[in-house]
Design a protein around this ligand. Structure first.
Ligand SMILES: *[C@@H]1O[C@H](CO)[C@@H](O)[C@H](O)[C@H]1NC(C)=O
Ligand SMILES: *[C@@H]1O[C@H](CO)[C@@H](O)[C@H](O)[C@H]1NC(C)=O
Length: 539
C-alpha cells in the first residue's frame, strides 16, 4: 500500500449566495480553493476479475407489445451504438416477459443468409416507427403505473429481428422466458417455451436463457404466488429441456432475477437456490437505488444513496455463498430509479454518477456482470433517446468499454477525521486498462467522480507521478447545477455527438504531463489512463 500526504480542505467560507438546494455547505468556497484528496492504491495485486462483458445492456421486453416496433432494431444508428458496446450481453426481458406468448405464424421467414446490411431499416420507415414508439411509451408507462398487464403475442418476426440485432452487433443474447405460464398445480408449463426453443434451434440462433422476471412480485402483477423452491424446480425443468437440445445443451441459464433483497425476497432467493442452483450459471438479481416517482436531484449525487448498493450486494452475496458456494452473481437488471426511471434525471448527465459508481462498486465487491436497464425501452433510464440518439450514460458506457479492463485493483481516498463528508464527494475505482483496446501491459485506469460543485485535486502517490496520463473528463455542456439536468455531455470540453448514423466520434484523451496530482472539476466523471504505470498486477 502506498499512502501519502495530508488532506487539506479549504476552510475559507464565502457567502452562500447563488447556491441551490442540493449544494450543501461543504461546497461553499467554490472558486476559491479545490477540495484536496489523497489517493492510496495497490498496484501489486488484482483484487478480482470480472466478466469481459461486465458492462452489459438490456432491451426491455415491452418493445414487443406492439410487434412492428421490433423493426426499430434494424435502425443503423441503434446498431452502430450497440456494436460499440460489445462484447456485452444483451438481455431481452423485463415485466412484459411474463406476459409474452410465442405464437408461430409461418408467413414470415427470413432467410438465414440475409446480411446485416440487408436487415437495415430504411430511413423513412425508421422515422415513422420512432414516432409510433414515442406514443407507445406513454401507453406502456400508464399500464406499468396501474400494474395492468395484458398478454402479448409475439411471432417469429420478433425473434428474427432480435437475433439479427444481437448477431450484427456482436452481443450475446439472453432471452427471458415467461414463467407465469403455469399449470393448475402451479408448476411451470413449458409447452410454449418448447415451441420457441424449437424454432430458435431450427434457425441455429445463438441464445442463452432466463425464466421469469421479478418473481417476488408475481402476486401483485398477476395474482399468482410462486415459492422460491418451486421456481428452482422450474429452472431444473428448463435445464432439462435445454440439455436435450444440440444447440443449447451447454448455453447459459440465468436466474431468478429477483428484485433487491427486502422482506420475503431473501427467503425466495434462498428457496430458489436450494432447489435450482445446479440449473443456473449465475444468480441474477435486480437493483435500483430509488423510486423514480420520488427521486430528487440530490439523491443522484448523494454518497449515502450510492453507498446503499454496497449493503445490498453484501446481503445477496452472503445468501448466495451460504446456499451455493462459488456461484457467480450478476445484477441481471439495474439502473438508477425503478418505475421506469426518474423523469428529467435518469436520462440526464447526473445519472452518470449512479451508473459509474454502480459499475465501480459492483466490480470491486464481487459481481461478475451488470446489465443496464435499458439500451432501448420505455421510461427514462434508456441509453438512447426517442430519436435513438445517445444520451450521456451511453457515452459514459462507451468510455468504460474502451478504457476499463476486467481486473480490479484497490484504491481509496485517504480518510481524514472530521472531513468524511468532504472526502465522500470524490469517489474512485481502479482497474487495469483494457488491453484489448491497445493499452500496453501495466497500464491502469482510474475512474474518478466528483459529486460536488467544488473542483477537486487528487494527489497521486509518487510512483504514478512520473508518467504521462490520458485524461477523459466528462462534464455537462452547461455549467453548475443546471448542467446536471442536461441531456448532452462533453468529453474534455468537446460536445459528444455521432458524426452520422454509422460513425461515432473519436474519443480522445488529453495527454497530461507527469504531475503529482490530477484535477477533477466539480460535477465531473473522469477516466485517467496511466499508460506507463507498469503495474505489476496488470502485466
Ligand atoms: C451475422 O453477423 C455477421 C457479421 O457479423 C453477418 O455476416 C451475417 O450475415 C449475420 N447473420 C444474420 C443472420 O444476420
Ligand atoms: C400447457 O399449455 C398448453 C398451451 O400452451 C396447453 O395446451 C396444455 O394443456 C398445458 N398443460 C398443462 C399441464 O397445463
Amino acid at each position: 500500500m502506498i499512502s501519502v500526504v495530508i488532506l487539506v480542505v479549504s476552510t475559507q467560507l464565502l457567502p452562500a449566495q447563488g447556491f441551490h438546494a442540493v449544494v450543501d455547505h461543504d461546497d461553499i468556497g467554490v472558486g476559491t480553493r479545490s477540495l484536496e484528496v489523497d489517493l492510496s492504491l495497490d498496484l501489486s495485486r488484482v483484487v478480482r476479475e470480472v466478466d469481459e462483458r461486465f458492462l452489459s445492456v438490456a432491451i426491455d421486453a415491452s418493445l414487443v407489445a406492439e410487434e412492428k416496433l421490433m423493426y426499430l432494431l434494424g435502425s443503423p444508428k441503434l446498431r452502430t451504438l450497440a456494436k460499440a458496446l460489445a462484447p456485452s450481453y444483451l438481455r431481452f426481458g423485463g415485466t412484459m416477459q411474463d406476459f409474452m406468448v410465442f405464437s408461430s405464424e409461418k408467413f414470415f421467414t427470413q432467410s438465414h443468409e440475409d446480411s446485416c446490411e440487408k436487415m437495415e431499416l430504411p430511413p423513412l420507415l425508421e422515422e415513422r416507427l420512432k414516432k409510433q414508439w414515442t406514443r407507445q411509451q406513454v401507453l406502456l408507462q400508464k399500464e406499468d403505473l396501474q400494474m395492468k398487464y395484458r398478454r402479448v403475442k409475439f411471432t417469429e418476426y420478433s425473434v428474427d429481428l432480435l437475433t439479427s440485432f444481437a448477431n450484427c452487433t456482436e452481443m450475446d443474447l439472453i432471452f427471458g422466458l415467461n414463467a407465469l405460464l403455469r399449470t393448475s398445480d402451479n408448476i411451470w408449463n413449458s409447452s410454449n417455451a418448447r415451441s420457441l426453443i424449437k424454432y430458435c434451434e431450427s434457425k441455429q440462433y445463438r441464445i442463452s436463457w432466463e425464466l421469469g422476471n421479478e418473481p417476488n412480485s408475481y402476486e401483485k402483477k398477476a395474482g399468482i404466488r410462486v415459492s422460491g423452491s418451486q421456481l428452482g424446480e422450474d429452472f431444473v425443468h428448463l435445464r432439462e429441456i435445454l440439455r436435450e437440445s444440440k444447440l443449447y445443451h451447454n448455453r447459459g441459464l440465468y436466474g431468478p432475477d429477483i428484485s433487491q433483497p427486502r422482506d420475503h425476497r431473501k427467503d425466495l432467493l434462498q428457496g430458489f437456490l436450494s432447489t435450482g442452483s445446479q440449473a443456473i450459471n449465475a444468480c441474477t438479481w435486480h437493483h435500483y437505488y430509488v423510486n423514480g416517482r420520488e427521486a430528487t436531484l440530490a439523491d443522484f449525487i448523494s454518497p449515502e444513496v450510492l453507498d446503499s448498493l454496497g449493503v445490498k450486494i453484501s446481503e445477496v452475496l452472503e445468501s448466495v455463498q451460504l446456499m451455493s458456494p462459488g456461484m457467480r452473481s450478476w445484477l441481471g437488471e439495474s439502473s438508477s430509479a425503478y418505475g421506469g426511471g426518474a423523469e428529467g434525471l435518469s436520462d440526464a448527465f447526473v445519472a452518470g454518477f449512479m451508473w459509474l459508481d454502480k459499475l465501480g462498486l459492483a466490480a470491486k465487491m464481487g459481481l461478475d456482470v451488470v446489465i443496464r436497464q435499458v439500451l432501448i425501452g420505455s421510461g427514462t433510464y434508456h441509453l438512447v433517446d426517442d430519436n435513438l440518439d445517445p444520451l450521456p450514460d451511453y457515452w459514459l458506457s462507451l468510455l468504460y468499454k474502451r478504457l476499463v479492463g476486467p481486473e480490479v485493483l484497490m484504491v481509496n481516498t485517504l480518510p481524514v477525521a472530521g472531513l468524511q463528508n468532504q472526502r465522500k464527494k470524490v469517489r474512485v475505482y481502479l482497474h487495469c486498462a483494457d488491453r484489448n483496446r491497445g493499452y500496453s501491459k501495466g497500464a491502469i485506469t482510474l475512474m474518478a467522480m466528483n459529486l460536488g460543485a467544488r473542483p477537486s485535486r487528487l494527489t497521486l502517490p509518487a510512483q504514478l507521478s512520473l508518467g504521462t496520463v490520458e485524461g477523459f473528463v466528462l462534464q455537462s455542456d452547461q455549467p453548475d447545477e443546471a448542467g446536471l439536468y442536461s441531456r448532452s455531455v462533453m468529453l474534455n470540453e468537446k460536445l459528444l455527438q455521432m458524426l452520422d448514423d454509422h460513425t461515432l466520434p473519436e474519443l480522445k484523451g488529453n495527454i497530461l504531463p507527469p504531475a503529482d496530482h490530477l484535477l477533477l472539476p466539480g460535477f465531473s466523471l473522469a477516466f485517467f489512463v496511466f499508460t506507463e504505470a507498469q503495474a505489476a498486477a496488470c502485466q
